[in-house]
Design a protein. Structure first.
Length: 82
């Protein structure tokens, strides 16, 4: 359990980094008021980009798994003799 708790911040940082790189979300700051010591930060999430990348990942994983199954089946049959 403790290992999982130590791993969680690393996974979160990786997710944020990948999300920023892929354009899933972005951070922006609003114009600062010189009289105020506050900074307004907003987060924008591009749901369409996130869905499109998820679909691409599913397709790629599916292709890789089916190719791996084909390779295993070919190995199980053994070398072909003529």
């Amino acid at each position: 359990m403790f290992r999982l708790l130590r791993l969680l911040p690393l996974l979160l940082v990786c997710l944020i980094g990948i999300g920023l790189y892929r354009g899933w979300f972005s951070f922006t700051s609003a114009g600062n008021d010189p009289d105020s010591q506050k900074i307004n930060v907003s987060i924008s999430v591009d749901k369409e980009k996130l869905k499109a990348d998820a679909e691409q990942a599913k397709e790629k994983i599916s292709e890789t798994v089916s190719q791996g199954v084909k390779d295993l089946e070919a190995r199980a049959k053994g070398p072909e003799t003529k």
